[in-house]
Design a protein around this ligand. Structure first.
Ligand code: ADP
Length: 590
């Protein structure tokens, strides 16, 4: 983990070196000033007034040069130091994103998207704050503390030793307080995230809240989490107050010691008054950096925790990878075969018998080129999973799936997924224009090709009727369009992609009857000359399929044309009767 962290510094090594040098120069100048003043008050300023006036010009020039240099270094450390941190953050963000893209579906089943977001946003921010501040603080504060102590020790060993002992006691107390503060901060973060999720839940579900007239319940829930957050903030400010008081007490005690003990030493003639004043000047150079270093442990720890979380992601291996030497899939006719396929989800509960029950259980299914088959059966029977195995969203646990005789695990994922078009119940449109969303099917397609795809999907006229036409922005997740319109844009996308194989997973289930008809038309057109697998819970929508396959408990239990299956009087006939007699809906109803 440490090596990986250092690797992010490597491309920035010049900047890092320059940043460190500037930090050193700044610390050196800060340390030099009280000594310069000491030299002047102890030597030059005791001479006659003409000599003093004559020297002031040189002193002014020297100080201006010194502080101009310090300002230059300050600018470099502030600006370029942050730039370095931002560059590192940006590279880490890219690496995380690339890694997320490599992961397979099972990863996204397991990991919560809020958690992924927080790794990319909050954790990286913490890491990069530390990446540039902590080394800079260590250089500046370390040099100032050690330098100040050495200088003071050379002036008066007794006073420096007493000061160091008192400072040490305060540092121990402050570190302990800092630990309490960290615990309170953590609690504060938890409480604010509770407020956020409560707010998000209530706002997102506001229609339900209002329709049940449950505003009062929601208000109570929100107030409760808001009060908890307030309580945590109050504790935080109390602890913060105590910490700052301790720090002020440390500075005050050191000044008092200097005046009392220093005064005594001056009275005893073991120290000059100028040296005593120099001590006082060095106090802030001593206490300020100590406070910064104590605080930096928090930043550092947050960064370590964040980097550990990032490292965890970068270390995880994607479950589905291209085999070495995998070739591109060549679809000649589009024949699909499931040969004795079994599959279980990793995160599936264990069945009562104590064995993980396979979702797909020794399934055999052959689909002829260009054929349209419909999968029907009870909800949870394994229809969607059957389809998800074809583009290798998950890998089979046993058996094999082939397309024109090529095992899907032997070909590149990219060529495999380019050959398969998927239309699902939930349409995801990206926030952008209608054109962008259709073009997603084949990046780089011309406007004419996009319009042609839209025409085939029966959506061209609607798009043209909009004020901005293809440039209409669809809004977040396509929020400005109806379900049917979104679905037809998704279909246009697949027309543009022009895959040899098509999967329609409950593509019309979420639509009302009228939109369903329009979409159904486009889908039938889309399925022409492609091997197509349809999952639909409304049996009326699959009557045109060449064959119907009933899937139950992950197995094919029946197969035939609509008429054949009705005549057979088996499971399909039962479902069909149930639906049309209106007794109960079959298929996926959740
Ligand atoms: P169908 O499409 O026939 O309704 P599915 O293939 O969606 O059935 O689901 C089959 C079984 O697999 C169900 O018991 C379901 O709960 C489970 N399942 C589906 N998707 C996942 C998943 N991503 N992780 C774990 N279990 C899942």
């Amino acid at each position: 983990m440490f090596r990986r962290f250092i690797s992010y510094y490597r491309p920035q090594r010049l900047l890092f070196a320059a940043d460190t040098v500037c930090a050193l120069v700044m610390a050196g100048i800060d340390l030099a000033f009280p000594s310069i003043l000491r030299a002047l008050t102890g030597g030059l300023f005791t001479r006659d007034s003409d000599a003093i006036t004559g020297a002031l010009g040189y002193i002014a020039a020297g100080l201006i040069c010194m502080y101009a240099l310090r300002c230059g270094c300050r600018y470099f450390v502030s600006a370029q130091g942050h730039v370095m941190g931002a560059r590192m953050e940006s590279r880490m963000r890219q690496d995380l994103f690339d890694q997320y893209e490599r992961f397979s579906f099972s990863y996204f089943d397991r990991v919560n998207s809020g958690d992924m977001m927080s790794r990319v946003v909050n954790d990286l921010f913490d890491i990069c704050e530390a990446a540039h501040h902590v080394p800079e603080w260590i250089v500046i504060c370390g040099t100032e503390i050690i330098g100040a102590f050495v200088i003071l020790f050379l002036i008066s060993q007794t006073l420096a030793a007493v000061m160091a002992a008192v400072t040490l006691i305060f540092v121990i107390v402050m570190v302990r307080q800092n630990l309490t503060m960290r615990a309170v901060y953590t609690d504060n973060r938890i409480k604010i995230s509770e407020v956020n999720s409560q707010l998000q839940d209530s706002l997102a579900g506001m229609r339900v809240v209002k329709s049940f007239a449950n505003e009062e319940t929601e208000r109570r829930k929100f107030y409760r989490s808001n009060d908890r957050y307030l309580g945590s903030k109050e504790s935080m400010y109390k602890v913060m107050g105590t910490y700052q008081t301790t720090s002020a007490l440390m500075t005050g005690s050191l000044y008092t010691i200097i005046v009392v003990l220093g005064g005594y030493l001056v009275a005893q003639r073991s120290m000059s008054p100028v040296d005593m004043a120099t001590f006082a000047l060095y106090i802030t150079l001593f206490t300020g950096p100590i406070e910064t270093l104590v605080n930096s442990t928090e930043v550092f720890q947050k960064a370590i925790a964040g980097f550990r979380r990032m490292d965890e992601v970068l270390e995880s291996m994607p479950e589905i990878k291209d085999r070495p030497g995998a070739t591109d899939l060549v679809v000649r006719r589009g024949a699909i075969e499931y040969r004795d396929v079994s599959f279980s989800y990793e995160n599936r509960e264990i069945s009562e018998r104590g064995h993980a029950r396979p979702v797909i259980d020794h399934m055999n299914l052959a689909i002829a080129p260009g054929e349209t088959i419909a999968l029907v059966g009870p909800s949870g029977g394994g229809k969607s999973t059957t389809c998800a195995l074809l583009p290798r969203f998950y890998d089979v646990s046993a058996g094999a799936i082939t397309i024109d005789g090529q095992d899907v695990r032997d070909v590149t994922q990219e060529s495999l997924r380019r050959s398969i078009g998927l239309v699902q119940q939930d349409v995801y449109l990206f926030d952008g224009t209608i054109r962008d969303n259709i073009e997603y099917g084949r990046p780089g397609a011309t406007d004419e090709e996009i319009a042609d795809a839209a025409r085939k999907a029966n959506i061209h006229e609607f798009i043209e009727s909009l004020e901005d036409g293809y440039d209409t922005v669809v809004g977040e997740r396509g929020g400005r369009l109806s379900g049917g319109q979104k679905q037809r844009i998704a279909i246009a996308r697949v027309f543009l992609k022009d895959p040899a194989i098509l999967i329609l997973d409950e593509a019309t289930s979420a639509l009302d009857n009228e939109s369903e008809e329009a979409v159904q038309d486009s889908l039938e057109h889309l399925a022409e000359n492609r091997t197509t697998v349809i999952i639909a819970h409304r049996l009326s929508t699959i009557k045109h399929a060449d064959e119907i396959v009933t899937v139950e408990h992950g197995q094919v239990v029946e197969r035939g044309t609509h008429e054949e299956l009705l005549a057979r009087g088996g499971t399909y006939a039962r479902y069909y009767r149930m639906q049309f007699e209106g007794v109960r809906m079959v298929g996926k109803s959740n």
